[in-house]
Design a protein around this ligand. Sequence first.
Ligand SMILES: [Zn+2]
Length: 106
Amino acid sequence: MAKCPACDRDVRTPLFLNLDGWRHLTCPHCKARLEMKPPRSVVLGPLIAPLFVLARQGRVFEVIAFVFMFATIVLLLLESVRPKVQLRKKPLPKPTIQLNIDGPSN
Ligand SMILES: [Zn+2]
Protein backbone atom coordinates (compact mmCIF):
# COMPACT_ATOMS: atom_id res chain seq x y z
CA MET A 1 0.00 0.00 0.00
CA ALA A 2 1.09 3.53 -0.75
CA LYS A 3 -0.41 6.96 -0.27
CA CYS A 4 -1.75 8.80 -3.30
CA PRO A 5 -0.02 12.19 -3.43
CA ALA A 6 -3.10 13.80 -4.99
CA CYS A 7 -5.90 12.72 -2.65
CA ASP A 8 -3.91 11.23 0.27
CA ARG A 9 -5.76 7.93 0.24
CA ASP A 10 -4.39 4.41 0.14
CA VAL A 11 -3.50 2.96 -3.25
CA ARG A 12 -2.83 -0.72 -3.75
CA THR A 13 0.55 -0.92 -5.47
CA PRO A 14 1.58 -3.77 -7.74
CA LEU A 15 4.55 -5.96 -6.97
CA PHE A 16 7.93 -4.25 -7.27
CA LEU A 17 8.90 -6.30 -10.32
CA ASN A 18 5.53 -6.02 -12.05
CA LEU A 19 6.61 -3.28 -14.46
CA ASP A 20 3.45 -3.50 -16.54
CA GLY A 21 1.34 -3.05 -13.44
CA TRP A 22 3.33 0.03 -12.51
CA ARG A 23 3.02 1.49 -15.99
CA HIS A 24 -0.78 1.45 -15.81
CA LEU A 25 -1.12 2.36 -12.14
CA THR A 26 -3.82 4.91 -11.39
CA CYS A 27 -5.36 6.00 -8.12
CA PRO A 28 -8.75 4.24 -7.71
CA HIS A 29 -10.14 7.28 -5.84
CA CYS A 30 -9.10 10.30 -7.92
CA LYS A 31 -7.88 8.60 -11.11
CA ALA A 32 -4.51 10.31 -10.93
CA ARG A 33 -1.83 8.52 -12.88
CA LEU A 34 0.93 7.34 -10.59
CA GLU A 35 4.43 6.00 -10.91
CA MET A 36 6.96 4.50 -8.55
CA LYS A 37 9.34 6.86 -6.85
CA PRO A 38 12.85 5.60 -7.49
CA PRO A 39 14.21 4.21 -4.21
CA ARG A 40 16.62 6.60 -2.54
CA SER A 41 19.03 3.81 -1.66
CA VAL A 42 19.81 3.34 -5.37
CA VAL A 43 22.23 6.27 -5.14
CA LEU A 44 24.31 4.28 -2.65
CA GLY A 45 24.90 1.47 -5.15
CA PRO A 46 27.70 3.06 -7.20
CA LEU A 47 29.66 3.73 -4.00
CA ILE A 48 30.07 0.02 -3.24
CA ALA A 49 32.72 -0.65 -5.91
CA PRO A 50 35.20 2.07 -4.86
CA LEU A 51 34.71 1.02 -1.22
CA PHE A 52 35.80 -2.50 -2.07
CA VAL A 53 38.88 -1.13 -3.82
CA LEU A 54 39.60 0.77 -0.62
CA ALA A 55 38.94 -2.42 1.39
CA ARG A 56 42.26 -3.85 0.15
CA GLN A 57 44.04 -1.14 2.15
CA GLY A 58 43.22 -2.74 5.47
CA ARG A 59 40.86 -4.54 7.82
CA VAL A 60 39.01 -1.40 8.90
CA PHE A 61 38.13 -0.44 5.33
CA GLU A 62 37.10 -4.05 4.65
CA VAL A 63 34.61 -3.96 7.51
CA ILE A 64 33.29 -0.56 6.40
CA ALA A 65 32.81 -1.82 2.84
CA PHE A 66 30.85 -4.88 4.00
CA VAL A 67 28.68 -2.95 6.42
CA PHE A 68 27.93 -0.38 3.73
CA MET A 69 27.03 -3.08 1.20
CA PHE A 70 24.67 -4.81 3.63
CA ALA A 71 23.06 -1.53 4.61
CA THR A 72 22.48 -0.68 0.95
CA ILE A 73 20.91 -4.09 0.22
CA VAL A 74 18.68 -3.94 3.30
CA LEU A 75 17.55 -0.39 2.42
CA LEU A 76 16.79 -1.43 -1.16
CA LEU A 77 14.74 -4.40 0.05
CA LEU A 78 12.83 -2.29 2.56
CA GLU A 79 12.03 0.34 -0.04
CA SER A 80 10.91 -2.21 -2.62
CA VAL A 81 8.52 -3.79 -0.09
CA ARG A 82 6.91 -0.44 0.70
CA PRO A 83 7.29 1.57 -2.51
CA LYS A 84 6.35 5.23 -2.63
CA VAL A 85 4.36 6.69 -5.48
CA GLN A 86 4.42 10.05 -7.16
CA LEU A 87 2.23 11.69 -9.77
CA ARG A 88 3.14 10.72 -13.31
CA LYS A 89 4.02 13.80 -15.34
CA LYS A 90 5.19 12.20 -18.53
CA PRO A 91 2.54 10.87 -20.93
CA LEU A 92 2.27 7.14 -21.36
CA PRO A 93 4.90 5.80 -23.77
CA LYS A 94 3.46 5.29 -27.22
CA PRO A 95 3.64 1.76 -28.58
CA THR A 96 6.55 1.48 -30.98
CA ILE A 97 4.82 -1.04 -33.22
CA GLN A 98 1.72 0.23 -34.94
CA LEU A 99 -0.60 -2.09 -36.74
CA ASN A 100 -1.45 -0.76 -40.17
CA ILE A 101 -4.54 -2.81 -40.87
CA ASP A 102 -6.38 -0.31 -43.05
CA GLY A 103 -3.31 0.71 -45.03
CA PRO A 104 -2.85 -0.22 -48.68
CA SER A 105 -1.36 -3.66 -49.20
CA ASN A 106 1.67 -3.98 -51.44
ZN1 LIG B 1 -5.79 9.68 -5.48
